[in-house]
Structures are given as structure tokens and as C-alpha cells.
Write a protein that binds this ligand. Structure first.
Ligand SMILES: [Zn+2]
Length: 223
């Protein structure tokens, strides 16, 4: 039996608070100030007891954890609204990147992608200076796996370009004997320049749409 008198007390970190009536105790329970383990002085018992042990005090039911057949929590794509598993890096519907930048990263992954792909496009025109772009992305945003992957992809593209240029140089030198060497070397260089511009533009268009992109034909030398 609960006591309706005005002599209820409760303990807040060892300090006795009260006296109040049982309605105030119930109000404090509803407000969360008194929980199941809070010491409460029940005047009917004349003793302190954990609130959950005091007759007449009812605590809100704690919902159990989700049942095993509950649907998994979902993350909604911020572009198309499709529901995705929380761990999905890309939207199952539109393939856009739905993960948020890793905290502590100063560079948004999409910006990193644009810088890297623009530098690949610019490689035939600015040569070695194009390395600065992916290098910056790596330094500023390398904490985010997408930034570092993007920078590495650009480095691989530039490395392959360098190898192709060296090969073209050999062709020019050794092919001189039969005169077609410089012509073949020039064609290789032109093809490389076209490839870089086209791949760069394709990459930028993909970045504008926030879609994944891989440079065609480029092996992952740097992983
Ligand atoms: Zn989507």
C-alpha cells in the first residue's frame, strides 16, 4: 500500500530531497528525475528503498530491443530518396555516393574528384605540374578514403602517361633508322593526349553527377 501522506523523500546523489507527496514522486518519475534505482523514502514502509521496489510506483515500460525480423535501419539517398543499407557506400538506385565525408576531412570528396580529374585533363598541357592537383587532394583530404583513392587513380593515370611517353621516345630514337620512328612516336603522343582529355572530361562529367568513375585502361599501379 502506498502512503498518500506528504512525507516522501528521494535521494539525489546522496542528498535527501523532499518532503513531497506521492503524486510529486510520480511526476518526477515521469520527468525522468527519479529512475528505477533512485533511493526513495516510502513513509508507509518507514524505510529507504530503490524506487522500483516501492509499491505504488510505476515506471514507464522500457521497449525491448527490435525483434529479429524487424527491417534493418535504412539510409535514404540524399539525391534520389531510395532506401539503402546503412553501410552502403553508394546508392543502389542511382549509384551516387551517399556516405558523408569522414570527420576531420577538410576536403569534400566530390571536390577532390573534380581537382584530380581536371588535372588528368590538363596533363597534356601542363605536364609535370598536373601532379600538384592529386598531391593537394592527398594532403588536404587524404583522411577520407575516397579522396586518397581518387588521388591514387590520377597518379596511376599520370604514371602510365609517363611510361607511354618514355616508350614513344624510344620509338622515336630507334625508329629513326627507318624514318617512321618520329611519325609513330608523334601518333602515340597524340593518342595519349586525346585519351587524357577525353578521360578527364568523362571524369568531370561523372563528378558533376556525383557518379563513380574509373580511368579506362589504367592499371592500379599505386594502390
Ligand atoms: Zn540515389
Amino acid at each position: 500500500m502506498s502512503d498518500t501522506s506528504n512525507n516522501w523523500f528521494w535521494s539525489q546523489a546522496g542528498t535527501t530531497l523532499g518532503p513531497v507527496d506521492i503524486d510529486e514522486i510520480r511526476r518526477l518519475i515521469a520527468a525522468g528525475s527519479i529512475d528505477r534505482k533512485t533511493w526513495v523514502f516510502d513513509p508507509a514502509q518507514g524505510a529507504w528503498a530503490a524506487a522500483e521496489m516501492v509499491p505504488g510506483l510505476v515506471f514507464p515500460a522500457v521497449p525491448p530491443t527490435a525483434p529479429p525480423d524487424a527491417p534493418q535501419s535504412v539510409v535514404y539517398c540524399r539525391f534520389c530518396g531510395a532506401s539503402n543499407a546503412p553501410t552502403a557506400p553508394r546508392c543502389v538506385s542511382c549509384a551516387r555516393d551517399i556516405t558523408m565525408p569522414t570527420s576531420g576531412t577538410t576536403l569534400e570528396p566530390r571536390t577532390g574528384a573534380i581537382i584530380c580529374r581536371a588535372c588528368v585533363l590538363a596533363l597534356p598541357f601542363i605536364n609535370i605540374f598536373a601532379v600538384i592537383g592529386p598531391l593537394l587532394v592527398l594532403v588536404l583530404g587524404g583522411k577520407d578514403a575516397r579522396n586518397s583513392a581518387e588521388a591514387k587513380a590520377a597518379f596511376n593515370c599520370m604514371l602510365v602517361s609517363l611510361l607511354v611517353c618514355i616508350f614513344a621516345g624510344f620509338v622515336a630514337v630507334f625508329g629513326l633508322l627507318c624514318l617512321v620512328g618520329p611519325i609513330v612516336a608523334g601518333l602515340i603522343g597524340a593518342a595519349l593526349a586525346v585519351y587524357l582529355v577525353v578521360a578527364g572530361i568523362m571524369g568531370l562529367l561523372a563528378a558533376a553527377d556525383d557518379k563513380p568513375f574509373e580511368y579506362p585502361l589504367i592499371p592500379r599501379i599505386i594502390r
